[in-house]
Design a protein around this ligand. Structure first.
Ligand code: AP5
Length: 209
């Protein structure tokens, strides 16, 4: 099954994808995670995109499309995939059409107040990418990753100014994809406000699995 997870920053796409990948036995491909791992590894791509990610702007389409095309060519993605954070522009959606057939696009619906609350309270483990929330999903020991024992950090783009920019970028460049995929009869709206367990159950039900 080839799935696209669409929705505003902080709607819980990554949280649900990390569970859904085992439910559906397909890889979770997050463009944000791919960029962050390049930044961490100090690659040329990482150097090119570091400041863009910190500000909350989008990486140019040409760079993002090439990275996704390469990832979708890998062996594990031949049985299906969850694309999380791609496409984010009409140009990226058009490019994806030329790469693979999409079976469904899940639109995670969440209001602005909850988005800001989720993003501002998010904490991550830098080495594993494991995600927590100070209120909704706290670690066992405050500020410490449950498994590695490392100190948790706040993503640069979860600071107030970058959150505002990401929301504006989402509305201007990504929201038009809702109409784009609705017109193709691929869009499934999911209420992203309940607990992750409930959101995952709605997803499984909507996909008829
Ligand atoms: P990316 O990493 O994709 O950021 P995003 O889309 O803004 O998504 P997030 O990771 O912030 O949110 P999420 O929906 O996954 O929420 P999460 O599950 O973590 O992209 C980062 C940057 O990379 C972009 O700004 C851009 O620069 C670049 N980029 C990436 N893709 C690109 C593209 N295609 N084109 C160009 N540039 C691109 O949850 C958030 C918090 O809420 C967590 O703390 C979590 O614990 C909590 N939470 C989750 N679900 C629930 C729930 N149900 N109840 C309570 N709390 C919850």
């Amino acid at each position: 099954m080839n799935l696209v997870f669409l929705g505003p920053p902080g709607a819980g796409k990554g949280t649900i994808a990390s569970e859904a990948k085992s439910t559906f036995d397909i890889p979770h491909i997050s463009t944000g995670d791919l960029f962050r791992s390049n930044i961490k590894g100090g690659t040329e791509l990482g150097k090119q995109v570091q400041a863009i990610l910190a500000s909350g702007d989008l990486v140019p389409d040409s760079v993002t499309i090439a990275m996704v095309e390469q990832r979708l060519g890998e062996a594990d993605a031949q049985k299906g995939f969850i694309l999380d954070g791609f496409p984010r522009t009409i140009a990226q959606a058009d490019a994806l059409e030329g790469m693979r057939k999409v079976d469904a696009v899940i639109n995670f619906v969440l209001d602005r107040e909850q988005i800001v609350a989720r993003l501002s309270g998010r904490r991550v483990c830098k080495s594993t990418g494991r995600t927590y929330h100070v209120l909704y999903n706290p670690p066992k020991v405050e500020g410490i990753d449950d498994e590695t024992g490392e100190a948790l950090i706040q993503r640069e783009d979860d600071k107030p100014e970058a959150i505002l920019n990401r929301l504006n970028v989402y509305e201007a460049q990504t929201e038009p994809l809702i109409a784009y995929y609705r017109a193709k009869n691929l869009l499934i709206d999911i209420d992203a406000s309940p607990s992750p367990e409930v959101v995952l159950a709605s997803l499984v039900k909507a996909l008829g699995k």
